[in-house]
Design a protein around this ligand. Structure first.
Ligand code: ACM
Ligand code: ZN
Length: 729
């Protein structure tokens, strides 16, 4: 009676305060079958979560979101929210029934019940994700029958290039879980950091977990001057594994071999091939990063390491890398060459297959399935039981599947979330520039996957390689989440939904419901840019995602955001840049094209460092996207000078060492000077991430010079871009 009364009060409150139950069309990823029923179930503070013994951990998880008591099912009629197993369902399949009398979640196994619980959370107001869910809360009655298309719905996180603490990894896992992603591939080692404690060889993490400062590992990405890094103890990793398992996420560890091993080689130089590299170009720094394939002690070392990795991670899979091996190191090695001759191997690919084959056998002896990047199987001679990660291209993924390998599909142009999302945003560009929509549009049939190939496709994975994260650590919202959401929402549907998908339907669910959930989770995701139009002296901006619009005006009040409330009458639309915001989410800037135009004044580039022969300094004067390389690394006092044919008036001038998409091969420390006459120079700033800039210079600039104040940059050369010259608007 009391309960019924409370329900009536809650229903009344709902009418007065607006609907509290989310509409089911907004579930992400979309369920296979959803049927709305009449009525509501009201969750009261007295509602109980009753669970099968196998689902205790899941009940506790649900109770973190709904402050309810938990009890084990004792054979009697269940509680008000029942979590149970149903052996007639596939492992990750679930049924969710919301009726006025109660809620039942049934899964084939833990994962299925977990998926049902995630759908249940999405039927509640978004507040459920931000903690302190107010009760009573109503859930609209419905029946959901749902199962994933693919058993493998993965994400790869690179914790090597940018160190992320155990707490940060857990937080990332918690949001993945809300999207029914069920694998986290942890890229634990690479050239720039070894992130896992190895008890039998503690120096790998204790020394190799740090770079820069007094570490033998040179800094490559950010924080050049200081010691930087960290590693997970085995205990911390076991804790992460447990945290992930409660969220139906299996952690697949990766030790990237035999390439991408510069960090390991700096800690243990004996793993490298037996030849003396030329160090003169790199300021005495050995940049070799491939383990010698002919040294027997290397295999003994790897057996120790992989044995410990296998004991930390219960996953049946262990990833051993195999990507981007620089064969030239083996070709310079007398031992590798002798091995190749003795075994009749024609080239590097075969030696790679030999190396990977031996390491894969170790993994199999540990009772695990070896996982490898697609290049590893190019040389044949490889066990067909290895799981292949097709990243280089769609063709590479299809070839692996056609050759009979269990294949995870993740071509860079749709699934590498370290790629830029539009031309003017930060991010890599080598695979593509793409947003959540392009990721969503990935379609196996359209990409030519045959039925035979599809039989070997285990699923999809997206990745975040973190070379760029470190130099964006101070960014708000957090760059990791800005780059990965809502692209992970797209990934979740590519991996989950078996039927036809439509962007319009998905975008509707995102903006009508899911953006609010992300905001409540505290995720600072990326909004699509606002639309901006200019006609008849009036500038207008709009969004279709319930975000708020803001603008800044060049020159007037730099950096100050005004809320956009309606069309702006102006004869200078180029002064305005618009951004939208929703919770902690933000869009990139938008405006009329002239707002983002750059000048290309004629310039001559000279330097105290001789240029490379292949990429001369004239490349940096061409404004066509090409970059220049110096012929050696930089020394303290080295300079690069840009002399303009005519003095340049501008609102900002930037000189950038390093790659366009990546602050690497830069002047790590230094300053920038400008000159109005080409003779006397005035220091205007220190370089940050290899970049110098001057804003609103009072006079036209005849020349600009960047000067290094540090010997070396951990690389054999410096790279250089054309000047970035922003016009006076
Ligand atoms: C990779 O992106 N090198 C796997
Ligand atoms: Zn060798």
């Amino acid at each position: 009676m009391i309960r019924r009364l409370l329900s009536v009060v809650a229903a009344l409150l709902a009418v007065l305060c607006g609907p509290v139950a989310a509409v089911a069309e907004n579930i992400v990823p979309a369920p296979r079958d959803y049927e709305k029923r009449n009525g509501v179930f009201t969750i009261l503070t007295t509602t109980k979560i009753t669970h099968y013994p196998e689902l205790r951990s899941l009940a506790k998880y649900l109770a973190e979101y709904l402050p309810l008591s938990v009890r084990e099912y004792n054979g009697e009629a269940g509680g008000d929210i029942v979590l149970r197993l149903n052996k007639n369902l596939a492992d990750e399949e679930y049924r969710l029934t919301v009726a006025p009398e109660g809620i039942v979640v049934e899964g084939g196994a833990y994962g299925g019940a977990f998926n049902g619980v995630e759908t249940l959370l999405q039927l509640l107001p978004a507040k459920v994700y931000s903690g302190g869910m107010p009760l009573p809360a109503m859930v609209g009655c419905c029946e959901v029958a749902d199962a994933p298309r693919f058993a493998y719905r993965g994400f790869m996180l690179d914790v090597s290039r940018t160190w992320m603490t155990a707490g940060e990894v857990k937080r990332f896992i918690s949001v993945l879980a809300h999207h029914k992603i069920n694998k986290l591939h942890l890229h634990l080692t690479d050239d720039e950091g070894w992130r896992v404690e190895i008890l039998s060889h503690p120096e790998l993490a204790e020394v190799g977990g740090f770079r820069g400062g007094d570490s033998p590992v040179a800094a490559i990405y950010g924080k050049w001057g200081e010691r930087y890094g960290g590693y997970y103890t085995q205990q911390e990793l076991r804790d992460i594994v447990g945290y992930a398992a409660q969220r139906n996420i299996e952690i697949i560890p990766e030790i990237d071999l035999p390439g991408h091993s510069r960090d390991m080689a700096r800690v243990m130089p004996e793993v490298l091939c037996d030849y003396a590299p030329s160090l003169s170009l790199s300021d005495g720094y050995d940049t070799r990063n491939v383990l010698c394939a002919a040294k027997e002690p290397n295999y003994a070392l790897l057996k120790d390491i992989l044995g410990e990795i296998a004991s930390i991670f219960p996953s049946p899979y262990l990833h051993i890398g195999g990507d981007e091996v620089d064969f030239s190191q083996w070709m310079s090695c007398p031992d590798c060459k002798a091995l190749m001759q003795a075994e009749g191997m024609a080239g590097g690919e075969e030696l790679q297959a030999y190396f990977m084959g031996r390491v894969a056998s170790m993994v199999e002896e540990l009772g695990k399935v070896p996982c490898v990047w697609n290049e590893a199987v190019a040389g044949g001679r490889f066990t067909r039981t290895s799981q292949v990660y097709g990243w280089e291209s769609i063709a590479a993924a299809r070839t692996a599947a056609a050759d009979g390998y269990p294949t995870v599909v993740m071509p860079g142009q749709s699934f590498y979330f370290d790629m830029r999302q539009s031309r003017r945003e930060d991010g890599h560009i080598w695979a593509a520039i793409f947003d959540a929509r392009q990721c969503y549009s990935f379609d196996f049939e359209e990409q030519g996957f045959t039925a035979d190939e599809m039989r070997n496709v285990r699923g999809v994975e997206a990745s975040f390689f973190s070379e760029l994260y470190l130099s964006h650590r101070d960014m708000e919202p957090n760059y990791l989440y800005y780059m990965t959401y809502p692209r992970i929402c797209s990934l979740s549907e590519v991996g989950w939904c078996g039927g036809s998908r439509s962007w319009g339907d998905f975008y509707g669910r995102l903006t009508a419901g899911h953006y609010s959930r992300l905001a409540a989770m505290g995720v600072g995701f990326r909004l699509f840019p606002p639309k901006v139009a200019y006609a008849d002296g009036v500038l207008t901006a709009s969004t279709d995602d319930r975000s708020r619009l803001y603008y800044t005006v060049v020159g007037e009040d730099e950096g100050t955001e005004h809320e956009y409330t309606g069309p702006i009458a102006t004869d200078k639309p180029q002064l305005y840049a618009f951004r939208s915001r929703f919770g902690g989410a933000v869009s990139p800037e938008a405006g009329v094209d002239a707002r983002f135009r750059m000048l290309q004044p004629k310039v001559t580039v000279t330097s105290s460092i001789p240029p490379s022969t292949k990429y001369p300094y004239t490349n940096a004067a061409a404004y066509d996207g090409r970059i220049a390389y110096s012929g050696r690394t930089c020394m303290n006092g080295d300079w690069i000078l840009f002399t303009f044919e005519e003095p340049v008036r501008c609102r900002r001038m930037e000189i950038r060492t390093g790659y366009v998409q990546l602050p690497r091969n830069i002047f790590e420390q230094g300053y920038m000077e400008v000159s109005e006459d080409g003779e006397t120079f005035r220091r205007v700033c220190d370089l940050e991430n290899g970049i110098g800039a001057v804003d609103n210079p009072r006079h036209a600039i005849k020349a600009v010079r960047v000067v290094s104040t540090k010997d070396g940059n951990g690389a054999a050369f410096v790279t250089l871009q054309s000047p970035w010259v922003y016009p006076v608007l």
